[in-house]
Design a protein around this ligand. Structure first.
Ligand code: PSU
Length: 308
């Protein structure tokens, strides 16, 4: 199905159209994690498992990407496989998604771009691994992810395992607060730090059920407040890498990035790849587990939203 409303070339997967028509729960999923966040073939295997997790929890998955200039809401398995193997895919955020579409190019959507696409499609809940945030040394580089500003603009609830531990977490929380974004830890007081459940920092807010998260989103909408919610869902205990184990590797990777002059959009993919190598694959195993955990919670939030 193509939606040429306002000249925007869009394609919805049939099961997403059916779910939108009947008001069934839908969970949006991003594609940068596939093209820039994980190596092949684990990237496509994870994308498939995450979609299956969403389905098993009673919701419809909608993986979002720009393919040859068309904004896709839900991908076929063939499209997923092709994207996972493709090289030279753009990493698109708010600034570059329109250019990517205008040029007929292929782009993987970041958290920010996926939120925008989800809102256009009428999808209210989105699961990812970790959001982008304020990079360490941002006082020099000004490297602050567009994900943070998008959370202040776009009314989508994003389920993540907290800011990635490669970031400056206190500064990330400050920017989110400035933009009026509720940062809600799920089921614990501390903000989780992606590969680890603990960060040593208290979360601004805490909720313990998908129903409360859905209700908070509805109240936000009823008050006419723009912007979304960030749900920080701790990685399951069995899959976590404790902070004291992961942080030395993070520090090594950060020093290497600095020495090699890695900047802007390249920083996050570079760090994730180096930490994968330094931990001999353990960081990837954790990353896969946490995304799946987020997909399951997102499906429950989407179901709670539909039940009201
Ligand atoms: N979660 C993961 N792996 C990833 C990402 C999220 O487990 O690679 C991606 C998301 O698309 C997020 C992006 O928007 O990393 C952040 O990139 P940057 O720091 O350049 O804004």
């Amino acid at each position: 199905m193509t939606d040429l409303k306002s000249g925007l070339p869009m394609m919805y997967a049939p099961e997403v159209v059916a779910a939108l028509d009947t008001g069934a729960p839908i969970v949006a999923l991003e594609s940068t994690i596939i093209t820039h966040g994980m190596p092949y073939p684990q990237n496509v295997e994870t994308a498939r498992m995450v979609e299956a997790d969403v389905r098993a929890a009673g919701a419809v998955p909608a993986t979002i990407a720009v393919l040859d200039g068309v904004l896709h809401i839900g991908l076929t398995d063939t499209q997923l496989e092709a994207l996972a193997q493709a090289t030279n895919v753009m990493k698109v955020s708010r600034a570059d998604m329109p250019v990517c579409i205008a040029l007929g190019a292929t782009g993987a959507t970041t958290v920010a771009a996926t939120m925008i696409a989800a809102e256009i499609a009428g999808i209210k809940v989105f699961a990812t691994g970790g959001i982008g945030g304020v990079h360490r040394g941002a006082e020099e580089t000004f490297d602050i992810s567009a994900d943070l500003l998008e959370l202040g603009e776009t009314a989508v609830t994003v389920v993540a395992a907290g800011p990635k531990a490669i970031l400056d977490i206190p500064k990330t929380l400050e920017v989110l607060e400035t933009h009026g974004v509720p940062v809600i830890a799920y089921g614990q007081d501390e903000i989780p730090a992606f590969w680890s459940r603990a960060s040593g920092l208290k979360a601004p807010l805490r909720l313990d059920s998908p129903e409360d998260i859905a209700r908070a989103m509805q109240v936000r909408a009823a008050m006419g407040l723009k912007g979304g919610q960030l749900i920080a869902n701790p990685i399951p205990e069995a899959d976590e890498i404790p902070q004291e184990v992961i942080m030395p590797f993070v520090d090594t990777a950060l020093k290497e990035a600095d020495a090699q002059g890695i900047s802007a959009k390249e920083v996050t993919p570079f760090l994730l790849q180096r930490i994968f190598e330094l931990t001999e694959g353990r960081s990837l195993t954790s990353n896969i587990a946490l995304v799946r955990n987020n997909a399951r919670l997102a499906a429950r939030i989407a179901a709670a939203l539909c039940a009201k």
